[in-house]
Design a protein around this ligand. Structure first.
Ligand SMILES: [Zn+2]
Length: 240
């Protein structure tokens, strides 16, 4: 079991940690700031710094079988630290921050486009969501204008926790049919984008998010692709 520091503080860039296991699958730590691939957000890259000053490059981070198990994948050929080794775990913050900004932006897109989300992916500098909406009902310019308006308004993005049972009683909260909400631990984290009068978006999410929509910065809508019957893919990229 790894203490997941990114869950409470998405802005934590590094932490002291101890190696609990290291094998051909990767390196496990007692605590980490590295987000493992999941919920449409890629895993973090970064380094583990040893007391000697040596570094082990981490190229990806994935979940293990156990709940809250995080596996840090070292670069090919990197030496594996022995269990018990003290390290400083440090993420590639510039990349992670771009991923956080885009992830929160995709939540905002859910508030702009009505319809069930059938898929999605956050990538470095861009992202996409697939919506189950009929025909060519989507107006690219209108979506871009509304999305940038919500971003610029500087709405707060705040975590909330509810029980698995409360979530079950409110199925309308689950927007993304292809990404299962992180249930099973008894409680589920929701991310809320709070408007001045009403909630703009509220959905279960275990990913990392920025605190204020203004941090996202201006975005552009790329292609709106037709991915089959009633499935429209909206591509987004940072404008600057
Ligand atoms: Zn999310």
């Amino acid at each position: 079991m790894t203490e997941l520091l990114f869950r409470d503080d998405a802005y934590a860039r590094s932490c002291p940690a101890r190696v609990t296991a290291a094998d051909d699958r990767g390196i496990r730590l007692d605590r980490t700031v590295f987000y493992p691939t999941g919920g449409g957000q890629p895993g973090d890259s970064g380094v583990l710094r040893l007391a000697s000053g040596e570094t082990i490059a981490i190229v990806d981070t994935v979940k293990g079988e156990a709940a809250d198990e995080v596996i840090h994948i070292p670069a090919p050929g990197a030496p594996l630290p022995a269990p018990g080794t003290e390290v400083t775990a440090e993420i590639d913050w510039a990349r992670r921050y771009r991923l956080m900004r885009m992830h929160s932006c995709l939540h905002l897109l859910c508030a702009v486009v009505p319809g069930a989300v059938t898929g999605g992916q956050v990538s470095d500098g861009r992202g996409r969501l697939d919506f189950d909406v009929p025909g060519s009902s989507l107006d690219k310019d209108a979506i871009a204008a509304r999305l940038n308006e919500l971003i610029a308004a500087g709405h707060e993005v705040v975590p909330r926790w509810i029980t698995d049972d409360e979530l079950m009683a409110r199925p309308e909260l689950v927007r993304t049919m292809s990404v299962k909400p992180p249930v099973g631990a008894g409680r589920v984290r929701l991310m809320e984008i709070a408007g001045p009068d009403a909630t703009i978006d509220l959905q279960p999410c275990g990913g990392t998010h920025i605190r204020n929509t203004a941090e996202i910065g201006p975005v552009m809508i790329g292609k709106i692709e037709n991915k089959g019957r009633q499935n429209r893919r909206i591509n987004i990229a940072f404008a600057e």
